[in-house]
Design a binder for this molecule. Structure first.
Ligand SMILES: Cc1cc2nc3c(=O)[nH]c(=O)nc-3n(C[C@H](O)[C@H](O)[C@H](O)COP(=O)(O)O)c2cc1C
Length: 185
């Protein structure tokens, strides 16, 4: 599968088979994450892998009942919680380098994209989950104050394919030279 195929073909997967994810497959995913780009190569990401059924059920309580990824949290054999160390990405000698402050969300986002695309190329499904009680997850997993819980993804073999939601046309977000000059493509 080439990269464009992977980018276009990856879908959010919300139904999973119970089949386990082999340890070497998990390791291959983490190896891919390791090579994600980051601010000054600061690599602020940290990953917590939850395989225990009780642990997954506890994590699921941090999602609202209406979250479409709720059942996937306990259905998937593995749940990955992506965190970021605070005050690292975008910082030099303890001072923020840009007005944006901490680039933690950006760098962990890149790591998550690496994870999801690599998982897809290996036949695995993911769904990025951002809408949950982050404080509750931090408490459940014993995440320290200097580390922020960012996003979660269940990981496993898809039990059903995802449906691709419609995308904006490129002409709706591409500008030429200045913000106001819309692309004609
Ligand atoms: C930052 C972020 C947070 C998300 N949070 C949730 C979520 O809480 N629950 C859920 O079911 N999907 C969540 N999604 C998945 C999106 O709904 C999904 O990526 C989008 O609809 C496009 O569908 P696709 O991933 O199949 O291309 C999230 C995606 C991102 C990038």
């Amino acid at each position: 599968m080439d990269l464009t195929e992977a980018v276009k073909g990856r879908r959010s997967i919300r139904k999973y088979k119970p089949d386990p994810v082999a340890e070497e497959v998990f390791r291959a995913l983490m190896e891919a994450v390791r090579w994600s780009p980051s601010w000054a190569n600061t690599q602020c990401w940290e990953v917590i892998a939850v395989r225990d059924a009780k642990g997954k059920s506890e994590l699921a309580t941090a999602l609202a009942k209406g979250n479409p990824a709720l059942s996937a949290m306990t259905e998937a054999p593995l749940v990955i919680v992506l965190c970021g160390k605070k005050g690292v990405a975008g910082f030099k000698k303890g001072e923020a380098t840009t007005a944006k402050g901490d680039w933690l969300m950006f760098d962990t986002g890149l790591a998550m994209q690496t994870l999801c695309l690599t998982a897809h190329t290996l036949g695995l499904g993911t769904v990025i989950v951002g809408n949950f009680d982050h404080q509750r997850v931090a408490e459940i997993l014993g995440v320290p104050q200097n580390v922020e819980v960012v996003a979660i993804t269940p990981l496993g073999y898809p039990g059903a394919e995802g449906i691709a939601p419609k995308r904006k046309e490129t002409s709706e977000f591409v500008f030429n030279e200045k913000y106001s000059v819309k692309d004609k493509l």
